[in-house]
Ligand binder design. Sequence first.
Ligand code: F6R
Length: 559
Amino acid sequence: MCGIVGYLGENAVRISAKKLELLQYRGYDSAGVGFIQNGKIHLSKTVGSVKNLRADYDSFSAIAHTRWATHGNVCTRNAHPHTSGENWAIVHNGIIENYTKLREGEFVSDTDSEVISFLLEKHGKGLNSVIETAKNLEGSFAILALEKGSELYAIKNKSPLFASANKSGIMFASDPICFCGFSDTYYTFCDKEVAKASGKTLKFYDFDGNEIAKECVGLDIDQTQSDKGDFDTFMRKEIYDIPFCQKRIYETYTNSYLLPIIKLFQSADEVWFIGCGTAYHACAYGEDVFAKAGKKTRAFIASEFRYSHIFPSKNTLCVFISQSGETADTLGALEKVDKICKTVALTNVGYSALAKSCQMVLPVLAGEERAVASTKAYVCQLTVLSLIARAISDRVVAIEIVDKQTIDELSGVAKRLVIGFDSKELFVLGRNADYVTAMECALKVKEVSYINANAYPTGELKHGFIALLSNDAQVLVFATSDDLMKKNCSGAQECKSRGANVTVITTSEHEFAGVDEIIKVGSYIQSVVFAQVFALECAIKRDTNPDMPKNLAKSVTVE
Ligand code: F6R
């Protein structure tokens, strides 16, 4: 997490701060910029978003940071950049795992990052100090270090870092998205590399100080969808992007495009899906739909899987699902298996570490997703999975394209429904694929509205959590599978008979007599979109910001 930008050239502070806005999806606890004026390092910091950051300074070099707090609470003292003397200022994304060992003497902040400026001062000047510092660090780090003389250095290990240059300057950033409008090409750092920007020259080195020849690649980023236009929030805008994105999937995943993919899936003895959060829910959907297609399959939470004693065989196909392609736990899970079996990345970011490290990439094609809560990427992941499963077996019905009118209608229903919702707690139920939607609904509601929503498989009701139900309990039941309708119906009735207020989201309204509200949807995927607009309306009603929920970041690049 955390986003970093560095710039060497005219207007360095303004340019860095502007680009930093694009990285707020990586965290927005505090922001800061370091720059040189009159031969001295100066810092400007703020708690909260980059828009509060003072950046009207003239300088030819700057480093900037937007923070997601890991070590040390959210305050200006812990905001980056950090200095430990007069010669160096640093910004850091990642975690320095050996920081306690390195913290000798007086430190100003509570962060792990401050040891970096401390080491730079200790090792003296220039590239030599940068390399000595880098060699002493353990963990994940993308670091920008500004030296008093105006030189800018970059160090990378395990956290993303990119560089680009045009005739006016040299830029470093956590995401090449910052290079849009600056240059058509960029460089990708590999682990254990350092770069030095001085004047108009950019050079790369390994940790032994040997210069490395690096090729730049073309920048291919679609920023056309990054404006929220007339929508009140990015989350709503992105839900309304779904029809367009799904159409693009159908146009891309044609029969001939699917051929090598089907071959790979069919030749595997088992297909395992691995991801975190919402992407894990896509994995759980993958498990359900590929089981329907007759494959042996399992879904895993990446953070659990990576340290488990479960290993694939060499004929297992591991499919890693990640919107960002930078999630540390998902990358950790990949590292565990990539020497054992074939790996596939289902990701929205073609230049991500996940895409680069897997043997095949299945593009999610959702376009840039700005809201922290993933919506359109999730629907696109499900759509791709269903198309592949459908290509393997006609027992699977591929997910259809949702249209704008349906989103309008579902939003209207969700808006009306939340008016009556006063509960601080919500129970969300479903079975099999509908349980996946229940988990996703509960996660979305929690993250954007802070209501304590929890998902349970409907059948688990009587094994424990029914004890929590009483007159003021609010229950949502997702029920779109024909073969499980009756089972979901008894679950809904059991909740009702304990006095709970029960709303059922179903494709079959006739089954659920006696519940408080029945919301008719046309299909499984419409129930998923309903879950998303419902969470959004909960946030709007409670006046929270669904695009930037507290404590969260979109790209979780630390463990
Ligand atoms: C929830 C959400 C998160 C992410 C999770 C994994 O709305 O967005 O739960 O799904 O952090 O992120 P990716 O998909 O980038 O690996």
